[in-house]
Ligand binder design. Structure first.
Ligand SMILES: [Mg+2]
Length: 159
């Protein structure tokens, strides 16, 4: 049966407990989604960069599986993070399992962190990985969507 339920849900990446993943769950690697997860509103926040740095220092292997074909040419190149090189075909589980091989880790030692219940959570669950859902209510696109819905029912200004 399909499973869209994440194991954990947070508002932002920096809320994730590195200690809990490492010591309680014995997670060794993190696979991130890019758009809407690492990069929000066209930038990677200092909080997120700091989290990546701390996770690396704690010994986690870090990579990115993205359906964005240009992800390998972003700041991730400078940070020396493994990425997919073209459209990854999420939510297929193959791109996650391929990345696990590149990371030399068993799927159950990997957490997938993403903002899509279909591409990231469903994909991770089927690949046998620990799914972490980032539900950012401040997300620009979501705000825009809500504003448009309100406009449709006649509400023009909301702060
Ligand atoms: Mg995303």
């Amino acid at each position: 049966m399909s499973n869209f339920n994440p194991k954990e849900t947070y508002r932002k990446i920096s809320d994730i407990s590195i200690d809990y993943l490492k010591n309680d769950l014995n997670i060794k690697g993190l696979i991130f989604d890019f758009d809407g997860t690492l990069r929000v509103n066209k930038k990677i926040s200092d909080d997120t960069l700091n989290f990546l740095k701390m996770a690396k220092e704690s010994g986690f292997k870090i990579s990115v599986v993205s359906n964005n074909p240009h992800v390998s040419n972003t700041i991730l190149k400078d940070l020396n993070i493994n990425t997919t090189q073209k459209f990854a075909c999420k939510p297929l589980k193959k791109p996650f399992l391929d990345m696990a091989k590149r990371m030399k880790l068993e799927p159950n030692r990997i957490a997938v962190i993403g903002n899509s219940k279909i591409s990231d959570v469903w994909g991770a669950n089927r690949a046998g990985m620990h799914s972490i859902y980032i539900q950012d209510l401040d997300n620009f696109f979501l705000r825009k969507k809500i504003k448009n819905s309100l406009k449709n029912i006649g509400i023009k200004h909301i702060e």
